[in-house]
Design a protein around this ligand. Structure first.
Ligand code: NAP
Length: 301
């Protein structure tokens, strides 16, 4: 495994900055593309809904193919494998414009098997591939402090590293294709389980009539501390579910992780229990809300 902290953009060698095509400008992609531009990268963007691309101020391509034809490094940041495949291999997709020797980095969270399959299809065209998902939500995407875990060839990682370092602080080459996706799914399933544990503690604390602020402060200072407690206890107490990370996306990640864990053998029992409640919240129309909304499903148990 190799990795690094971020270098100030001004230290990056401009010679290593190839043009980047950024495809997918949602909550995360829009902010990541903005950081690439801030770091001095020449970025061409494409988004299915063009209006969102216009907010960025970068050159906009009419199709993913047109964007890819102008770039050495193509980044996809969409939803799941079907969307990544559509953006790469669909009509007007990036594959129509990719030159031999180009490199694609998919930064969406998708299944490891899908990452490997996409990598194989691109290799047939002489195009490199990294699965390079991220952790850190909207605020870390905004200030360029994401964690980026890349699976694929070392040479490809080194080529993409300057771009990754413009978007993230901890940038790691974690192994072969698929391993970035696997590590990301495990991380998110732990976060999903942990968020649910926090939700249930808040619900029981309320039933016991304890002071919620005191409960949170004690847990933060004690062995109940976690990133999810820090990030989600406040929104859960206030029922403020303005999306930083959509519940539907969290459910997707937990389900991919369960598929892998069960196929590999060990399974992930706590993840399976969490899936039930995230699925219930999604069925109750909370999929587009932040995943902290899982507390609503826990409250109705
Ligand atoms: P989002 O806000 O829902 O954005 C999704 C993006 O995908 C939009 O640009 C959307 O285009 C595009 N898209 C959807 N379906 C498409 C299709 N069929 N063809 C082409 N483009 C399509 O999601 P996000 O929060 O940015 O998340 C993006 C990825 O990062 C997901 O894999 C997610 O799991 C992962 N992630 C998210 C977070 C987070 O905290 N938000 C953190 C880490 C990782 P339109 O604008 O046209 O809808």
């Amino acid at each position: 495994m190799t990795g690094s902290g971020s270098r100030p953009p001004e230290e990056a060698d401009t010679a290593e900055r190839e043009r980047v095509a950024f495809l997918g400008l949602g909550i995360m992609g829009s902010r990541m593309a903005a950081n690439l531009r801030r770091a001095g990268f020449d970025v061409v963007v494409w988004n299915r809904t063009r209006a969102r691309a216009e907010e960025l101020g970068a050159p906009i391509a009419d199709t993913a193919a047109e964007a890819a034809a102008q770039a050495g490094l193509v980044i996809t940041m969409v939803v799941d494998a079907p969307q990544v495949e559509e953006v790469l291999f669909g009509r007007g997709g990036a594959a129509e414009g990719l030159a031999q020797g180009a490199l694609v980095a998919d930064m969406s969270t998708i299944a490891p098997s899908a990452s490997r399959s996409i990598g194989g299809r691109l290799a047939e065209r002489g195009v490199g591939f990294l699965d390079a998902p991220v952790t850190g939500s909207k605020p870390k995407a905004e200030d360029g402090t994401l964690t980026i875990m890349a699976g694929g060839e070392s040479a490809h990682f080194e080529r993409a590293r300057p771009a990754f370092e413009a978007m993230g602080t901890l940038v790691l080459h974690v192994g072969p294709q698929g391993h970035g996706s696997m590590i990301k799914l495990l991380n998110n399933t732990v976060a999903a389980v942990n968020t649910l544990a926090v939700a249930q503690a808040l619900i029981v604390g309320r039933a016991a009539g304890v002071n919620a602020e005191a409960l949170v402060r004690v847990m933060q200072a004690g062995s109940g501390a976690s990133a999810m407690l820090d990030l989600k206890a406040g929104p859960m107490l206030e029922h403020d579910f303005d999306p930083l990370f959509k519940l539907d996306h969290m459910l997707k990640d937990v389900r991919h992780c369960l598929t892998e864990a069960e196929a590999l053998g060990p399974g992930f029992g706590l993840g399976r229990a969490a899936e039930e409640l995230y699925a219930r919240a999604a069925a109750n129309g909370l999929g587009e809300r932040d995943f902290a909304a899982v507390i609503e499903a826990a409250e109705t148990m």
